[in-house]
Design a protein around this ligand. Structure first.
Ligand SMILES: Nc1ncnc2c1ncn2[C@@H]1O[C@H](COP(=O)(O)OP(=O)(O)O)[C@@H](O)[C@H]1O
Ligand SMILES: [Mg+2]
Length: 231
């Protein structure tokens, strides 16, 4: 169990705004064991989304390496990275990003449609996920007929559709009130226990960061392990 599933070494990221490069990440060292819950806390603008995108194969680092189970993902082909993203990684974002013209159950099924694997078993699994997120009676609703918290539950089920080994969540409660926020975090943690994925959450919220089994703090482009719940 104590095997790192994901590591980052010497990761830097510079954005070029006009002539001046802006260095957002300045030598990130990160590792998460399979089955762990990693939380990364940092102020707005600290580079949390940038880091999460790089860990999740959504954006390239300027330098450094990200390895999934010893495979250097930025040395791999675009096709291999796309496969990893679709088959092995799941994503939950602050603003849900559901397809407005698809129903709840169709949104959950979308990753299997992209993987060309939306067979009867996939449909049953999508139903099971709809049940697991507590929305069994909302499958035919469209996103604009669902509350923010319900839309985020659908987004979580969609992230789990292809049975990812790692789920990345970027400020998953950033758009929700406190009662809904608590419910979403509880759901991510309950489903993590049930399905055994590795969870990586980035947040500015200390209370959410405290749920991590390993906790990190991002500041000044550097990631530091945070040893106490209060940190
Ligand atoms: N595509 C981009 N081009 C230029 N600068 C960017 C880009 N994305 C993010 N930044 C800058 O990088 C810094 C970190 O952004 P971000 O990773 O979104 O932080 P956080 O998620 O912690 O709020 C910010 O100063 C932001 O303006
Ligand atoms: Mg962000």
């Amino acid at each position: 169990m104590n095997q790192p599933i994901l590591t980052a070494t010497g990761v830097t990221k510079e954005y070029r705004n006009g002539a001046l490069p802006v260095r957002v990440l300045n030598g990130i060292e990160f590792s998460v064991d399979a089955g762990a819950v990693a939380t990364i806390v940092g102020a707005s603008g600290a580079g949390k989304s940038t880091l999460l995108h790089i860990l999740g194969t959504l954006d390239r680092p300027t330098s450094g390496a990200v390895c999934y189970c010893d495979e250097n993902v930025y040395a791999a082909s675009d096709a291999r990275r796309a496969e990893l993203r679709n088959r092995t990684l799941g994503f939950v974002f602050q603003f849900y990003h559901l397809m407005p013209e698809l129903t709840a159950i169709e949104n959950i099924l979308l990753p299997s449609l992209i993987a060309r694997a939306a067979d009867g078993a996939a449909r049953l699994w999508a139903r099971e996920l709809l049940d697991a997120i507590g929305l069994a009676d909302r499958g035919t609703h469209f996103p604009n007929q669902l509350s923010g918290g319900e839309q985020q539950r659908i987004a979580i089920a969609r992230a789990l559709m292809n049975r990812p080994r790692i789920v990345f969540a970027d400020e998953p409660t950033g758009n929700l009130d406190s009662a809904n926020s608590a419910g979403i975090i509880r759901l991510l943690l309950d489903l993590q226990q049930r399905y055994g994925y590795t969870l990586v959450i980035v947040t500015h919220d200390m209370d959410i960061a405290a749920f991590g089994t390993c906790r990190w703090r991002l500041a000044d482009g550097i990631l530091n392990a945070s040893t106490t719940a209060a940190n």
